[in-house]
Design a protein around this ligand. Structure first.
Ligand SMILES: Nc1ncnc2c1ncn2[C@@H]1O[C@H](COP(=O)(O)OP(=O)(O)O)[C@@H](O)[C@H]1O
Ligand SMILES: [Mg+2]
Length: 264
């Protein structure tokens, strides 16, 4: 977890001096992500702050920030309305540059796969295991739903997909064996986050590129598990009308990607 003291939160999140500064979760190129609370002290939120960029002209900067926050909030609201699992939008202020969303208790797919794949010496990750294949299938379903409502994410990575961990009473992980414990980390609802680059589109090309970006992300963050992505695509292909055409288009996108990497 990146911790920093140099960043200041936007109002009203900067007001109370008695409580400790909320943790900075990540610092992207454009935005800072904090975990804090909003409206009630027991409502945890993900606060995305887009601080003013001094290298940009102030008028342009204000316009860009407003457009991005509104675009992200609108896509999130549309997804929620149409049944795609995303964090709820709780508030936004484009003048101050922030967007507040429901905090998802869980981990990124990246962290979940890391935890599953990082075995102790001598132990092999079972890539055909039901837990991990189930998780891949749920990713396929959620992506199909997203594309099915006419939204393309634009930045699908294993850090922009989360698994919501269900907290159950007496779920003593300590009492489980190592294998079972790992399987547990794969359970839970898949939630799509980070709609900063999302667009509305029903084009096969845009959908195929969306999948290709995630396929590449899988390959680079979890090279041992590249084969797992096939399961994402298999389930995606069966989850909405038009998905099969997108998968055929994906083959073209891959070919172009390969040619490009041979030239460049
Ligand atoms: N609603 C949320 N609940 C829990 N964690 C979140 C939430 N939104 C973001 N995060 C965490 O913060 C990271 C960065 O957030 P993200 O929206 O992807 O911003 P960026 O545009 O900087 O990538 C995510 O990868 C995730 O780990
Ligand atoms: Mg992100």
């Amino acid at each position: 977890m990146a911790q920093s003291t140099t960043h200041t939160l936007p109002p009203p999140f900067n007001s109370s001096s008695t409580t400790p500064k909320p943790p900075l979760i990540t610092q992207g190129a454009e935005a800072l992500l904090y975990k804090t609370t909003y409206l009630t002290p027991s409502t945890p939120i993900a606060l995305k702050h887009r601080p003013k960029k001094s290298y940009r002209h102030p008028t342009l900067d204000t316009r860009l920030t407003k457009a991005r926050i509104l675009a992200e909030a609108r896509v999130l609201v549309k997804c929620k309305r149409e049944g795609v699992v995303v964090p709820a939008v709780l508030g936004a202020d484009w003048e101050e540059g922030w967007l507040a969303c429901e905090w998802i208790e869980g981990k990124t797919i990246r962290a979940a796969l890391d935890g599953y794949l990082k075995r102790d010496v001598g132990e092999e990750a079972d890539l055909r295991g039901e837990g991990v294949r189930g998780l891949m299938g749920r990713i396929g379903v959620v992506l199909a739903k997203l594309h099915g409502i006419g939204v393309v994410h634009g930045d699908l990575t294993t850090s922009n997909l989360m698994v919501r961990q269900l907290e159950r009473e007496g779920d003593g992980l300590e009492s489980l064996s190592l294998g079972e414990n790992r399987e547990k980390g794969l359970e839970g609802e898949v939630v799509i986050i980070d709609f900063g680059l999302a667009t509305q589109s029903v084009q096969d090309e845009d959908r195929a590129v969306d999948l290709y970006v995630l396929e590449r992300a899988f390959g680079s963050t979890h090279p041992q598990a590249e084969g797992l992505f096939e399961e994402v695509l298999r389930v995606y292909g069966e989850s909405y009308k038009g998905a099969k055409v997108v998968l055929r288009r994906l083959e073209d996108v891959r070919l172009r990607g390969r040619k490009k990497s041979m030239i460049g």
